[in-house]
Design a protein around this ligand. Structure first.
Ligand code: KIV
Ligand code: ZN
Length: 389
């Protein structure tokens, strides 16, 4: 693995599927897993097998199906969870067990009624137990975002000594600032024994809208895996969005970081996940939202019609969106009106455009948007009233 390669660990089918109302059946999970594999993700977290017979079945079927990516199953630091996960992953070409435990003082005290030292013992035991079943064991320190760095380094050292191949540093509650999360990763790089033998992973939640920024800060400080979901779905405010990470790295080549993802497949997969989960994508969602490549104000439309790059940093075709959209509203100008009219077969002279524009504005002022069908009507009114043909 070159040092600039960022592994994409997709958890749409696990953390993403935890969203209330988004539960998927095995057939739906298989459909999405197949597309994730074609997209080029490195790891598919397929589920939490001990949680239900349905999830066990999904992980098992996904393990049989997936050809390229590693298939990962989540467990708590509990022997039974690990055994069930190993059984579900039996047919995977590249199985990974993802085990771990809460490490913040709040988790240690309230979830486990335990002590810091006891948690280290449990972390070590979980990783070494999982190693009996698979070579690839990822350890997560839940709530690492709020865990004291010196203690976190001790937990991580124990996990590495026990054989962990990946160290996941989740900002479970989405609390960290990017600089703080980046420093945490750097601290672990500097203080965890044998850290160079393992991959550090960023798993960031979006409670303060910083999930993607934090993951990027993580990789800029030495992490080499990002855990993310399609459309950024996940517990509460969601997880780092896969499409955002991929496009940030592509649009900023000076970072010298890259992924294996085929970006042209992003939009179709975003639609598939949204449809199957019944989870609508907010229109202003970066990269895949309905408005991500739509322009409605006259100033922007004029620029985009002259040259797309004036207001777009990504070519929509690069992420599988057919083209930029010019949306006619009362804020649109003559350039956009002429452009849309031409696309619909109306070549207007300057005088004709002035007349149609006046009609258009009085129409648009009473509507949120002027659709193509409305524009046909505006044309026919203008032509009839003013005999401009
Ligand atoms: O957010 C989190 O801490 C998690 C872990 C279970 C990896 O999802
Ligand atoms: Zn999570």
């Amino acid at each position: 693995m070159s040092n600039g390669k960022i592994e994409i660990f997709d958890t749409t089918l696990r953390d993403g599927e935890q969203v209330p109302g988004c539960k998927l059946n095995t057939t739906q999970k298989l459909k999405i897993a197949d597309k994730l594999d074609s997209l080029g993700v490195d790891v598919i977290e397929a589920g939490f097998p001990v949680s239900s017979p349905g999830d066990f079945k999904s992980v098992k079927e996904i393990s049989r199906l997936v050809k390229n990516a590693s298939v990962c199953a989540l467990t708590r630091a509990v022997k039974k969870d690990i055994e069930v996960a190993a059984e579900a992953l039996k047919h995977a070409r590249r199985p990974r067990i993802h085990t771990g435990i809460g490490t913040s003082d709040s988790h240690i005290k309230y979830k486990f009624n335990s002590t810091r030292e006891e948690i280290i013992v449990r972390a070590r035991e979980a990783v070494s137990y999982a190693k009996n079943f698979v070579d690839d064991v990822e350890f997560y320190a839940e709530d690492a975002g709020r865990t004291d760095n010196e203690y976190l380094a001790r937990v991580c050292t124990a996990a590495v000594e026990a054989g962990a191949t990946v160290l996941n540093i989740p900002d479970t509650t989405g609390y960290c600032l990017p600089e703080e999360y980046g420093k945490k990763i750097k601290y672990l790089k500097d203080h965890v024994k044998d850290i160079e033998k393992v991959t550090i992973s960023c798993h960031c939640h979006n409670d303060l809208g910083l999930a993607t920024a934090n993951a990027i800060a993580g990789i800029m400080n030495g992490a080499r895996q990002i855990e993310c979901t399609i459309n950024g779905i996940g517990e509460r405010a969601g997880n780092t969005a896969l499409e955002e990470v991929v496009m940030i790295l592509r649009q900023h080549p000076t970072l010298n970081l890259h992924t294996n993802i085929q970006p042209k497949l992003l939009y179709a997969l975003s639609n598939l996940v949204s449809r199957e989960m019944g989870m609508f994508v907010q229109p202003n969602k970066a990269i895949v939202g309905a408005n991500a490549f739509a322009h409605s104000s006259g100033i922007h439309q004029d620029g985009v019609i002259k040259n797309r790059e004036t207001y777009e940093i990504i070519d929509p075709a690069d992420v599988g969106v057919t083209e930029s959209a010019i949306v006619l509203t009362a804020r649109s100008g003559r350039a956009a009106l002429a452009y849309k009219a031409k696309k619909m077969g109306y070549e207007l002279t300057k005088l004709q455009l002035d007349i149609v524009y006046a009609e258009f504005l009085s129409y648009a002022d009473h509507r949120k948007e002027v659709a193509d069908t409305d524009l046909h009507e505006i044309m026919s009114i203008s032509f009839k009233n003013r005999a401009i043909a």
